[in-house]
Every structure is written in C-alpha cells, then in structure tokens.
Design a binder for this molecule. Structure first.
Ligand code: PLP
Length: 452
C-alpha cells in the first residue's frame, strides 16, 4: 500500500478505509463476499499488462504462452467444478457474460442471410445499410424472463439494458399468495408468446427454482433455455442445488458472475452445451475486448478453491445461516417474501413498518448494517424507493459466523426497523434515535470482533 501512497495518497487511504469498513460493519449485501488472499493476489500482478485477444492457442498477439496456461487452467477447473462440457472464462462481468450468451444463441438459432459474411468482418466495418439489415434480421426475437419485481435482473430483457433493445420481452412472475414462481402461468405464457429464449435465474428470489421444469417448458415451445446463476453459483458449485435444481444439468447455456456466492474475483463466465461453444468463443471481439488475464488467473484460483470439500461445507452453511436469519426475523414478526428462504438471500417486506426500502436501507446503514433496498412482488413504491430489503449471508458465512450469530443479527435488524419512523410525506426521509443506531452499531462491531 505504501507504493500506492507514494503516488496518490487519497487512493491508498480509500483502499485502507475500505478494509476497515468491510471489517467493522455487518456486510449483508447478498451479492457480496470476501475473496481469499490467494484470489486477491492472483489478480494484483503483471498478467494485467498482457494483451491476448482470441482463444487459447489462437491469439491475435504474440507471447501469450503464460496467458494460455492461465486460461486453460481456469477452464479446466470451471468445467470440473460445474460438470460442464464447455466453459468460457473471459467475460469481464455478469452483464458481459449474458451479452455473450445472447449473441451466441442468436447466432446459433436465427437464420440471417449473409450472417457469416458479417461475422468474418470487423463489426466497425459494417456499412449503415448492413447494420440496418442485421438489426431487422434479428428483430422481433423474443425473450421470456423473470419480472424485475419478482427478482429478475435488468439483463433479462428490461429496457434500461441493451437486452431490452435486442429482444421483445415478456415476464413471468410469482404467485402472489406464495411468493413462488407460478410454473403453470409460466407455461401458458411460453405457449402463447413462443420465445426464442427462456431465461431462468434471478437477483432477488429467495427460493429454489425447478430448472428441470423450465427446461421441459422450453423444449415444448422450442426455446433455448438459458440460466443466469450469477447469484447462486456458489450453491451450485457447493452441491447444495442438485438434481432438478442444478441449472447446469438442464440448461443449454448458463451464465454466471464469479464474485458473489462463488467468492472469486469480480468477473463472469459462460458454461454451454458443445453445440453453442463455437459461438460463445466469439465473445471476443463480438462483445469483449482483450481478456483480463489477471482476473482469469484469480477465477482459476477461486474455482480450484470451490472444488475443495471445505467449499461444499461453506455453501451449506450459507443456506443454513440464511434460514436461521429468516426464522429469527419471522419469530420477531417480520414479514418475508415467500415466508422464508431456500438459498443465500432473504427478502424483507418493510411495508408493515410504514417504511420504504430506501428509508429502511439508510436507517440500517446508520446502525452499521449494510444491506440494499429491493423491489418486492407488486411493489407499490416502484424500483427506486421500493418496499423491500434484501439481505444475504455469503459474506458473513465466509467470516465464520453461524446460526447463533444469525439470531443476534435478526434481533439487530428488527430493533432498527421498529425504531425507525418515516418522515410525513417523504419516501426517503426518516428519524432514528442516534443512541439506538449507535448501540446497534456497537453490538454489530462486537459481534464481528470474534470473527476477524
Ligand atoms: N445477473 C444477475 C442475476 C445479477 O444479479 C447481476 C448482478 O447484480 C448480474 C447479472 C450482473 O453482474 P455484473 O455486475 O458483474 O455485471
């Protein structure tokens, strides 16, 4: 850190402070974790300095022998970890992985006159007329994904993301009575809408998904079945989600991030059936630039870590902790979407406290509890203010906290939510007694001190 400080002290300070903040507060953001020192160190080195566009053994640059080794080892571990015939580890993030997958499916499924001619050429060299032809040739393709308020992700065909511009999108949601996916309604929508792609996976759905059932529906309507397992990849790797609930066993193509429950570096990956492999390999240069070789090295380390028996125990503990947290909250009268959880996350409905998600998120933050607000099914407060708080256990489980600590955390969250008063007429402002926030914050720090 001193080398950084000598050049730009403000960056050194921010890095050091981030370490402090992550140590001292209850990190309950469902998409975060603590990567191991081995993962972090594999990322912080000179592999970053190398250009290596292309695929293993077939690069557009010379001198890629070490990068080839790194990428081949990462692919080997990813395939073995998930039991997948093919893996692509270059995507820089989850969004990139989804874009790579969407393009691969389009290129595989959609007949486009002269597509091969376009693909062989640099995208930048296409004329305006050729672009117009390409757009119209791919136009009106349909995607069926989970609705945002039921827990789907922006990249599953929603307007603020390019996927919403590439595809005509329709959503499936949850049964309002149970908060669980309504598979019958999903089947009916798929029959009527006839999508090219059905996307499974979520950012904020607290239950297991029956991927075998989704594949059956996809087969019935002739759709390619893709699963975005960004959030729960660690639970798949740790064999908590098996059989009908293992996406890799049922989907044609699976995308993931590597930094959430999987506990690797920030990044993405794609797993696919062999028939899609050639198209996925074109991720660079279609969607990606030169690979982040240092991050791929860190992915290899993380995949290798996840193949150890200790990771399976970790993944099971993540779910045990999540269920203990859910039980602790419900015992104290807190309403949860779907009345519980099967995975790493819990979605609290803060409406009964008279709060918006935004007010609750800030009040918890004042008290040293880091969460994020999230829409709940049929959310009356929309996607900005929301009525939910999403909490997840991957990070605290990495620190060694167990079910006993989860009950104490449920108590802290309940104390903050009951002690927060919304300001009349505002969806953002609130009051919390500073002494109460301070007391909860100290209790959180004391709890964490036992798990350095
Ligand atoms: N897919 C899902 C389901 C996610 O939850 C996220 C992240 O929140 C992403 C994709 C995007 O990942 P990234 O932030 O790495 O682009």
């Amino acid at each position: 850190i001193e080398a950084v400080r000598a050049v730009e002290p403000r960056i050194a300070d921010a890095i050091t402070k981030e370490l402090h903040d992550q140590r001292e507060s209850l990190k309950l953001i469902a998409s975060e974790n603590y990567a191991s020192p081995a993962v972090l160190l594999a990322m912080g080195n000179w592999l970053s300095d190398k250009y290596a566009e292309g695929t293993i053994g077939r690069r557009f640059y010379a001198g890629c022998q070490n990068v080839d080794t790194v990428e081949a080892v990462a692919v080997e571990h990813a395939r073995a970890l998930f039991g997948s015939p093919y893996a692509y580890v270059q995507p820089h993030s989850g969004i990139d992985a989804n874009l790579v997958a969407y393009w691969a499916i389009l290129a595989d499924r959609v007949e486009v006159p002269h597509l091969r001619r376009f693909e062989r050429r640099q995208v930048n060299d296409l004329t305006d007329t050729e672009w117009a032809q390409l757009r119209s040739a791919f136009g009106n393709q349909r995607m069926l994904g989970m609705s945002l308020d039921a827990g789907g992700h922006l990249t599953h065909g929603f307007r603020p993301n390019i996927s919403g511009k590439m595809f005509d999108q329709r959503s499936y949601g949850v049964d309002p009575a149970t908060g669980r996916i309504d598979y019958t309604a999903l089947r009916e929508t798929a029959r009527e809408f006839k999508p090219l792609i059905i996307v499974g996976g979520y950012s904020a759905y607290p239950r297991k998904v029956n991927f075998a059932a989704l594949r059956e529906i996809a087969d019935e309507v002739g759709a390619t079945f893709m699963v975005d397992m960004a959030h729960f990849a660690g639970l798949v790797a740790g064999k908590v989600f098996t059989g009908d609930f293992n996406p890799v066993a049922h989907a044609h193509i699976v995308t993931t991030t590597t930094h959430k429950s999987l506990r690797g570096p920030r990044g993405g990956a794609v797993l696919a059936q062999p028939e899609l492999a050639d198209q996925v390999d074109r991720g660079c240069p279609m969607v990606l630039g030169g690979p982040l070789n240092h991050v791929i090295a860190a992915k290899a380390v993380a995949f290798a870590e996840a193949r150890q028996p200790a990771f399976a125990a970790y993944a099971q503990q993540v779910v045990d902790n999540s269920q203990a947290l859910a039980d602790g909250l419900m015992r104290r009268g807190v309403r949860l979407v779907s009345d519980g959880t099967d995975n790493h996350l819990v979605l609290i409905d803060v409406h009964p406290f008279g709060l918006t998600g935004r007010q609750a998120e800030q009040a918890l933050l004042d008290s040293g509890v880091v969460t994020n607000r999230n829409a709940i099914p049929r959310d009356p407060n929309g996607a900005w203010y929301t009525s939910g708080i999403r909490i997840g256990t991957p990070a605290l489980t990495s620190r060694g906290l167990g079910v006993g600590e989860m009950d104490q955390i449920a108590d802290l969250i309940h104390t903050v939510l009951t002690g927060t008063t919304p300001t009349e007429g505002s969806k953002a402002k609130y009051q919390i007694d500073p002494a109460l926030a301070d007391r909860v914050s100290k209790q959180a720090t004391e709890l964490l001190a036992a798990f350095p």
